[in-house]
Design a protein around this ligand. Structure first.
Ligand code: F6P
Length: 501
């Protein structure tokens, strides 16, 4: 991939970028652009953990996956910088050129919290929470998608490659194609794509499929997601779908282009995690964590955004029953649950937080002793080195998602276990289950099954743990995030041979 930046103007701008960042040319053009709702950095207050010069790393797997590629690429990243109503000029941070898109308080309520996270998010995650459909939210979604598209149109050089990310921006590919047919347009959906029987509920289902079909290549985490998308394209737009190709027709019925839909399972920066896992200071920090917990025989760990898709209540229920059954005791085992704050103004997230905190309080009130605590609940964001220390300290990692596009925490844990020890309990409803077949796979709705699997992990013999871990590590080491992005981008560049067979 060739990515060059062309400075078109060197005039000064009146609005300066924030601390820790430097201004870039506001009219620079780029041969390669990534577009996502969030920029890799997010506004923060000086006293928040991980906040440096007013910025911290944005939450979520999307940034974890794309940031490493963008630091090595001479392209630009278009997205929101996390603060309402703040207008910033393009700037550079951590070696990446960033083009901020402004979101007003109203946009945050209607586009981000509303349509993105209270309509699409639950709809695309098996309707675990009931999605809400509001025309005012949809209006805002369209307007904000237009704003992101306009930012790209302004900054993309002729023939540039543009890679649009995730469910918040599904209308952008078509908006780009209409305004800039010269662009190569890719789209990647980081979350699941629902089966047509569920997608059917969305009043704007045709517009969403049509928006995505503006792309030359639409990438998904699992092949089942790509299959769901193609079935919806056929059912709701009457598109002709052959193999992985969707023939997109204009209003005159003539094929304008072919959009391909394919799975590209996302991964992590293996080098970064491996290096941290071998760092003596981090190894020492892991030892200290164990010691602070009283050196229990087993440390179990959960790391999630505080989201109802992650199955945190199921995990706590199983753990509470194991304590009640006497299968684990607070002297022998400790569960650390990192639950980073997320979408806190959306009602289902508020309710989940109350539920989780109530359950943790109940478990600890029932089982704690003066020396030992059953569940360490940490409602914070931690920097990556502290996360790796936690991965090294944990004997058992619990990933009990009810539905998850991929789950990169599972891949980070496995990568950090450079000694081939530790056990991964992994939900079959997380995309990672397609690749990590040697994890202890389970259905988190089946509490007895989950309890049995946790006990299997706790009691696993070192030889079996090593065999499983070696095989999972090989998979991830062979398929890191660089391979993910280069495979997607090479597929995007490929000439499409029409499959009319
Ligand atoms: O991958 C899913 C995702 O929603 C990303 O699009 C997003 O950046 C991340 O999780 C975190 O969510 P949010 O941006 O809503 O805090």
């Amino acid at each position: 991939m060739q990515a060059t930046k062309h400075a078109e103007s060197d005039r000064d701008t009146d609005s300066k970028a924030a601390h820790g960042a430097s201004d870039t040319d506001p009219d620079a053009q780029y041969d390669f652009m990534v577009v996502s709702n969030r920029l890799p950095v997010d506004r923060c207050a000086a006293d928040e953990p991980g906040c440096e010069d007013g910025w911290r790393r944005s939450p979520g797997g999307l940034v974890t996956a794309l940031a490493p590629m963008m630091t090595k690429t001479d392209g630009a990243w278009v997205g929101w910088h996390g603060a309402p109503d703040e207008h910033l000029q393009p700037f550079s941070h951590g070696g990446i050129d960033l083009v901020p898109v402004q979101l007003s308080t109203h946009d945050i309520e209607f586009f981000y919290e509303g349509f993105s996270n209270a309509t699409l998010w639950p709809l695309y995650h098996d309707v675990i929470a009931p999605p809400e459909f509001h025309r005012t939210w949809w209006d805002s979604y369209r307007k904000v998608n237009r704003r992101f598209a306009d930012a790209v149109i302004h900054h993309a050089s002729p023939g540039a490659t543009v890679w649009v990310q995730d469910y918040q921006l599904q209308l952008v590919p078509k908006m780009l194609r209409e305004a800039r047919p010269d662009l190569k347009i890719g789209f990647f959906n980081h979350i699941p794509f629902p089966p047509p029987e569920i997608f059917a509920q969305l009043p704007w289902r045709r517009a969403i499929i049509d928006g995505l079909l503006g792309a030359d290549l639409v990438g998904f985490q699992r092949s089942s997601d790509a299959g769901n998308f193609m079935r919806s394209a056929r059912r709701f737009l009457g598109a002709s779908v052959k193999q992985q190709q969707v023939h997109v027709k204009g209003s005159d019925g003539v094929t304008t282009h072919i959009a391909r839909a394919q799975a590209f399972p996302i991964s992590i920066d293996v080098q970064q995690i491996s290096k941290l896992a071998r760092d003596p200071e981090i190894i020492e920090r892991a030892r200290q964590i164990r010691q602070d917990l009283g050196n229990p025989k087993t440390i179990l760990l959960g790391v999630d955004r505080l989201d109802y898709t992650k199955g945190i209540p199921h995990r706590l229920k199983a753990y509470e029953e194991l304590l009640a059954d006497g299968k684990v005791t607070v002297e022998d085992a400790a569960l650390i649950q990192v639950a980073s704050p997320s979408r806190e103004r959306v009602e289902h997230y508020r309710l989940l937080r109350e539920e989780v905190e109530g359950t943790v309080g109940h478990i600890n009130g029932t089982y704690d002793t003066l020396q030992n605590t059953a569940v360490r609940y940490l409602n914070h964001n931690y920097p990556i080195d502290e996360m790796v220390a936690l991965y090294l300290a944990a004997d058992v990692m619990l990933v009990t998602a009810l539905r998850d596009g991929m789950n990169l925490v599972a891949k980070e844990y496995v990568t950090a276990r450079t000694n081939n020890d530790g056990a991964l309990v992994l939900s079959e409803f997380a995309g990672a289950a397609d690749q990590l077949k040697q994890a202890l796979l389970m259905n988190p709705h089946d509490i007895d099954g989950l309890k049995d699997t946790i006990m299997k992990a706790v009691n696993m013999q070192p030889a079996e743990a090593a065999r499983r871990m070696r095989s999972m590590r090989k998979q991830i080491l062979d398929h890191d995030v660089d391979r993910w992005s280069s495979e997607f981008l090479s597929a995007l560049e490929e000439k499409v041979i029409r499959d009319d067979s």
